[in-house]
Design a protein around this ligand. Structure first.
Ligand code: KG4
Ligand code: ZN
Length: 350
């Protein structure tokens, strides 16, 4: 079985092709990602209308590129998957409409994929991780701890009360003058810094439950920047970046530990801790979670960085997992700006 996947919910236009093979390393037939970083750079963040227009400009060409990379024709594909939410609705509509059109032309089933389910199931594409597993989903729009019980079956253990963790990276990077996109820039700057230089607050750490909060941390960075000599010195920037990164890693580890304890109390034995979403590219966070898993004697899976940030392969894979279970969608399925994972179970998608 071969599935083509389209992703266009934020600032990456992406097409992936996945084949259902036993060997995980043979599954990815094509992975084409066109980033819009240059288009959004002048604005310091993603501008929804510019994003939607850029998706429209690029997506059909990327489908051709992906088919060429896989040495396949469209007729060889068994299903067309597209992100139908959550995300910036203009972009989501471009991918969803393109997917529906390809489905009509080929007569192959259409699979409406929840973008978050794409991130959630990536570890099964790369590592055949068995259900149930604990997922720390950390991206520009989300910060959640989820019990992944199966395809379409998720239990949210904790979520952010304000900003997503990626937003905290991005906004703090902007305050430090590091540019866009902030996460990777901040990680680079942190490499030269002293993580003990600044004592930052640890919102929610030590509290019961698994919820997150990052706005206070961002405010602490803003205050420190306001009080610092201008222009900011490279040492200040590096030290603040390192302190912030270490603080965020500690908060994520604290909340994840609570989730493991809650699941243990509920009698749920998870196979693995999985981290997904764009922020999972961060080396310090990966190291901190590896330590946590060593302590709990729990396997840890962090998919390769290009599969943690937005891509079409994860959408193709989630589509394939659904198609294997006989799940596909009517062409009147809606594109949605909001679409919580917990609502997937038994939902009517029309
Ligand atoms: O999953 P993703 O590609 O898009 C969303 O669905 O949000 O995540 C993008 C987020 C951005 O906030 C970006 O700054 C962050 O992931 N990110 C990082 C790193 N690479 C990407 N954050 C911290 N360290 C990184 N190396
Ligand atoms: Zn994402």
């Amino acid at each position: 079985m071969i599935v083509l996947g389209l992703e266009s919910s934020c600032d990456e236009t992406a097409v992936g092709i996945i084949e259902d093979t036993a060997d995980p390393s043979m599954r990815m037939r094509a992975n084409i990602v066109a980033t819009q970083i240059e288009e959004h750079k002048p604005y310091g963040g993603v501008v929804p209308e510019i994003a939607a227009r850029a998706h429209l400009d690029k997506i059909d060409d990327l489908v051709h590129q992906a088919l060429a990379q896989a040495s396949l024709t469209l007729e060889a594909v068994d299903g067309i998957a597209a992100t139908c939410g959550p995300g910036l609705i203009g972009g989501v509509m471009v991918g969803a409409m393109t997917g529906k059109a390809l489905s009509v032309v080929t007569g192959k089933p259409f699979i409406a994929v929840n973008h978050l389910e794409g991130h959630a199931l990536t570890a099964r594409l790369t590592d055949d991780v068995a259900f149930p597993y604990l997922l720390l989903l950390v991206s520009g729009g989300h910060c959640q701890l989820l019990l992944v019980e199966g395809v379409s079956s998720y239990r949210c253990l904790g979520t952010t009360l304000d900003d997503a963790v990626g937003e905290c990276f991005d906004k703090s990077a902007k305050l430090l003058g590091l540019g866009y996109p902030g996460g990777p820039m901040l990680e680079n700057a942190a490499a030269q810094g002293n993580a003990k230089a600044f004592k930052l607050p640890h919102p929610m750490q030590g509290r019961a439950g698994c919820d997150f909060s990052f706005s206070g941390l961002k405010t602490a960075v803003r205050i420190a920047v306001a009080e610092a000599d201008k222009p900011l010195s490279p040492v200040f920037i590096a030290n603040m970046a390192a302190s912030l990164q270490t603080t965020i890693a500690a908060i994520l580890a604290d909340r994840t530990t609570n989730a493991l304890h809650i699941l243990q109390k509920d009698g749920v034995a998870v196979s693995t801790l999985v981290v997904g979403g764009g922020v999972a590219a961060n080396g310090a966070i990966r190291t901190r979670l590896t330590q946590l898993c060593d302590k709990h004697h729990l396997p840890f899976v962090a998919p390769p960085v290009p599969l943690c940030t937005d891509n079409g392969v994860m959408i193709a894979w989630a589509g394939l997992e659904r198609l294997r279970l006989g799940l596909s969608d009517d062409l009147d399925v809606r594109a949605r700006p909001r679409w919580p994972l917990e609502t997937l179970k038994g939902e009517n998608r029309a």
